[in-house]
Ligand binder design. Sequence first.
Ligand code: OOG
Ligand code: MG
Length: 261
Amino acid sequence: MSETDIQTLAERVDDAARQARAIDQFATGSLTVGDAYAVQTASVARRVQRGETPIGIKLGFTSRAKMVQMGVEDLIWGRLTDAMLVEEGGEIDLAAYVHPRVEPELAFLIDKPLAGRVTLPQAQAAIGAVAPAMEIIDSRYRDFKFDLPSVIADNASSSGLVIGAWRRADLDIANLGMVMSLDGEVRQVGSSAAILGHPLRALVAAARLVAEAGMSLQPGDVVLAGAATAAEALRPGQHVDLRVQYLGGAEFHVAGPGGAS
Ligand code: OOG
Ligand code: MG
């Protein structure tokens, strides 16, 4: 795919995200996975040109539940910027999104540079803190339907993230209960073990994937490990709460039908 084509598609997904407007997914077979990451890189570069700061990366499809929900089998990654941060306990306005969903995750805070083929203990040693987190995903594609290259080009549907209080990473996080509630009603129950069998494997994968892209994870970067359960659609007026065993939680509100309060 030519550089011009990559820029054209990058502009299309970037505009759709900015205008909160659904677009058609790219025609099947028109994009390789390599092209799709080039589109993602170019679309995030547009954000950076507008003044956003990269803050880390996200993994997608690290759990069976997510692969089944979306019909995609491969692990993917995307980029996070400061503009995507939603204040813990804060409020989002659905007007800024196409059809957002929320999913329960864990976030890692990188303390030492990490890239390439690393072991689980090396990944563990590179993190300074871990936190309960929720990702707000918002595919820019109509009906939230996409194939693998389309979702990669669309920055892996990433739209927002809410991070709870960081705590030191000396806790065993292999199998922590995770409960996500909407308006006080438990909707998704899972375990951190659903994330690749051990959430630190998401960090091992992240180190490999960024290195393949010629990048590295740096101190201060945030890595979202991927959802432990299926995602839930967001509705006006909702209160969303995540509790993670031993780690605490995170919560936010969705503004009512009238918009932000
Ligand atoms: C793609 C993003 C998947 C996760 O945590 O598995 C993802 C999507 O489902 O739209 O973020
Ligand atoms: Mg996610």
